[in-house]
Write a protein that binds this ligand. Sequence first.
Ligand code: ADP
Length: 472
Amino acid sequence: MKQLKENFLNLSLKKKWTITTSLVILVSYAAICIVIYFALYTWLFNNEQNNAIRTTDDLTTFFNSQEGSITINELQQNTGLMKSIIHQNQTVRIFNMDGYEVLRINNQSPAARIKLTLEQLFNTFVSKESINGKNVIVVSRTVQIGLFHGYMQLIHPLDPFESMMQYMLTAMLIAGVGAILIVGLISSYLSNLLMRPLGDLRDSMITIKDKGFEEVIQFNYMADDEIGDLLKIYRSMMDEIQQSFVKQQQFVSDASHELRTPIQAIEGHLSLLKRWGREDPVILDESLTTAIAEVSRMKKMIEELLDLARREKRDVHAYANIENVLNAVKDELQIVYNAVEIQITVSGVSKKANITENALSQIVRNIMENGIRYNNRRPIIIVKVNYLSDNIFLTISDNGIGIKQENINKIFDRFYREDVSREHSGGGTGLGLSITKMLVEKYNVEMEVSSKLGEGTIFTLRFPIYKFQHSK
Ligand code: ADP
């Protein structure tokens, strides 16, 4: 049994479906047939029995209506009337009380040998007997014909009843086998229809596992049902995975390329040092300065890459005081870039933004520092905070070199740096705005950039307000 269950579970879905539906139909059909057969059997058998008793009653009435002086011999001379009372396949035998047969009407079957008590005979005794292998109903009862006193036996054959039951059984069996065949065919067709897309799905997964995303299997199943939905979801998931896979590859190749540049520079300077630098203090100093600058650029890049890779979960209960953060960043930047002018103006009633102070300071620092670094004039950064009822608007504008219109969307790509910016870079990595974008998306901040070459750039940010009750 356990083995059978295991074998069944290991079958394909299609076979499981077909076998299960056929079995369910078979069992229900068999149960219905059994009930119908037995109900019909009982009903028809009772009918046959009633027929036999009715004929016996008719005969009894006939005998009772005869004159009191009639003898068995006289009756024997004239059996025509009695034959018309009984059915042609029934046999009636009349015995005297000693058990000798004195009269026979029709002779369709031999006498049934049943030992009966007088009481049974007086009360009419009905039984099912087998005579020479044939089933019959026997009705026995006492009779009074004139002065004769004996008993009669009516033998009612069950052949027509049994052949009819036989016929019904055969018809039910044939119909059952036919129904099972049809159900089997239909369910096999249906399961084929439903399982094919799942098979395609499996093939597609195997192909992707073996060959990667190069070969894409197209599904022909277009129906708008659960399987159709499943295929649609699978397709869109695969597209997303493929895109992120391509991005990942691009990222790894960009990162290794970007890291190779400072390493090559350090390598060049170290070989220079080895060959000439030990004696030449100018070369020594220059090479060491460059190597230190490249190492710190590499360090910054690695830290930023780690920031990008970390992708921590958003803290929904975070809040930040924008003005405090802006002032802290302003102080920091003014120490590093001492010629810079940073103006901060505020309008509206102060509110908290729904973001961590750390993320906020990273966002504004990146934007403000870019405005300082990509600048040919004395940098002036103007920051405006505008508190509205549901949002906080922040604009950061600079008087820098500006960004070409066609490149505005690219500045958020990892490692993207405009050609002109490379001379301004001061250790730029092309990752600052990628981190800004990542943080902005994480905290549901909206960000827009507009820029004019030679005039400057404006970043507009819209922060959601911190709404939790325990806000300070
Ligand atoms: P980087 O480390 O090179 O500054 P970012 O991701 O911060 O990297 O910026 C990407 C590029 O976008 C910069 O290299 C620069 O070309 C351009 N950019 C960003 N901000 C400004 C700005 N305020 N003015 C001019 N160019 C900018």
